[in-house]
Write a protein that binds this ligand. Structure first.
Ligand SMILES: O=C(O)c1cc(=O)[nH]c(=O)n1[C@@H]1O[C@H](COP(=O)(O)O)[C@@H](O)[C@H]1O
Length: 208
């Protein structure tokens, strides 16, 4: 039976995917909460649950092919691909320097609808980089499914670039679930809410 999103949130927390404190995230920015969803490669049952929830979101989106943002989302996209018999392609971080010299591995044709899979969206920058490569290869990208939208402006940035974001969790709802099951304190909920408020990418008064 499929686990609920609430169960999944608790399993992710108990597996160590949530770090609290003063944490340095990508590009030297700081955050009071960091989600490390890379750990799910060590928990096959959590991997399956996350992939099944994402593929349920994906049923409402017209797509021919899947592509995970490297590296964290690659295994997620692979499990979704196998579960749903949907072909997958892999974007490399850098173009391969020898033999095929490819930036994308796998088979695709022009104008196929490619659904992007990502673990975490903060500013939307990483996802957008993958989208831009896919579009450069003449694939059509209109949607992305993600495990967590940190609600820090990424969804708006992506929307402005023609990509609609469909998250399993938002930072606020995940925080609330974890509070409801006593995994985090009221104080942590408040600190995270304040962080979301002041650290908004794509806005003028942004204190990230
Ligand atoms: O650096 C982050 O903002 C970040 C926060 C977090 O909680 N978890 C996390 O994995 N990240 C990383 O940040 C990336 C998304 O940030 P953006 O490119 O700003 O959307 C993810 O692909 C991760 O590499």
């Amino acid at each position: 039976m499929m686990s609920t999103l609430k169960d999944l949130a608790v399993r992710l927390f108990d597996a160590g995917a949530v770090q609290l404190g003063d944490i340095e995230a990508m590009d030297g920015r700081w955050t009071p909460v960091y989600f490390d969803f890379r750990i799910i490669v060590s928990h096959p049952e959590i991997m399956m649950a996350v992939a099944v929830h994402l593929q349920n979101l994906a049923t409402e989106i017209n797509h021919d092919i899947l592509c995970g943002v490297p590296y964290a989302a690659l295994p997620l996209a692979a499990v979704m691909s196998v579960n749903t018999s949907t072909p997958m392609i892999m974007k490399r971080k850098e173009t391969k320097q020898y033999a095929t010299k490819k930036i994308i591995e796998g088979v695709y044709t022009k104008n196929q609808n490619c659904l992007v899979v990502e673990d975490v969206v903060t500013s939307g920058g990483s996802l957008l980089e993958t989208v831009s490569t896919l579009r450069h290869e003449s694939l059509t990208v209109t949607h992305a499914v993600v495990v967590l939208d940190r609600e820090q402006g990424g969804a708006s940035v992506l929307k402005a670039n023609g990509v609609e974001l469909r998250p399993l969790f938002t930072l606020r709802n995940l925080t609330q679930i974890l509070r409801d099951v006593d995994r985090i304190s009221d104080e942590t909920v408040d600190v995270i809410a304040e962080h979301i408020k002041v650290c908004q990418f794509g806005k003028k008064d942004n204190f990230c």
